[in-house]
Write a protein that binds this ligand. Sequence first.
Ligand SMILES: NC(=O)c1ccc[n+]([C@@H]2O[C@H](COP(=O)([O-])OP(=O)(O)OC[C@H]3O[C@@H](n4cnc5c(N)ncnc54)[C@H](OP(=O)(O)O)[C@@H]3O)[C@@H](O)[C@H]2O)c1
Length: 295
Amino acid sequence: MTKNIAILGGSGFVGSELCRRLTAEGHKIRVLSRKLASATAISDLPNLTLHHCPEYSVSELTQATQSCDVLINLIGILNEKGRDGSGFDAAHYTITQNALQACISNAIPRMLQLSALHADVDGPSHYLRSKGKAEALLNNCHDIDITIFKPSVIFGPGDSFLNRFADLLRFTPGVFPLACGNARFAPVYVGDVVTAMANSLEQIDSYGNSYELCGPNIYTLKQLVELTGEFSGHPRWVISLPPTLSKLQAMLLELVPGKPMSMDNFRSLSLDSICGECTPCQTSLESIAPTYLRK
Ligand SMILES: NC(=O)c1ccc[n+]([C@@H]2O[C@H](COP(=O)([O-])OP(=O)(O)OC[C@H]3O[C@@H](n4cnc5c(N)ncnc54)[C@H](OP(=O)(O)O)[C@@H]3O)[C@@H](O)[C@H]2O)c1
């Protein structure tokens, strides 16, 4: 059945893929965005409209989501401007709170939230704690049918994880020193993530549930960087730094504009980003990543 779906963060990497999937399935999509110019990848999709929400405030969200059947929140940041966690709280917790309020005001019965594996109010980093606070808020709401998705790192054309390493490797001659090289991940394909989200719209048994999303294989960060070098045509000798040097690298990179790595990322990496008992998604890194990393 065709639904009116509001998507927060629909202009991003996962959001663009989700918009393509949902419009292809015939749904009417409203993408809410702080900067309409950042949504060029999706602006030509049929049955999709863009709505300017500079603050993602309750009033903006309530206005923009009138008569919607579903609200999907994809908003997320990996780094904040400061270091005290307030930027993470604003992006992950406050906007979720505002979105929930908009759902209640507009009687929107269904909400999907894209969170992160190991999000927890007691997690080791501001990123994981703020995502965990948002989950706790949603888990306490019983007026709306909510489903939460908790992926490991997501790969696919336009990802910021493998593409960032590919760019770094291209400009690093010979040896690549890597912080936290032993951290483990189960990368999941963006196509599998959006399939899980799109399918859940009609799955009553997903209401009130959370799902971890992992790919079929587990890799250390060092293996992932080595594979990225191989796939992108810039193989390098990757050296995994010991914990003290990893921390030092994170402290220094936090000072570089754009924060290629931060102490908060370092703390998140203290937990392996791998799933517990979930059934893994099927698409392998090896079947997709070479197609977009080799430019
Ligand atoms: N990519 C991964 O590997 C991965 C892994 C685990 C979990 N996740 C989660 O999946 C979701 C989507 O990730 P993604 O990779 O698609 O992210 P993305 O490409 O960075 O897109 C996220 C969107 O959030 C909005 N946004 C960014 N900073 C914001 C801020 N400070 N305040 C308000 N809105 C802001 C932006 O939308 P506008 O500029 O249009 O407003 C942006 O398009 C996020 O919640 C992320 O935490 C991603």
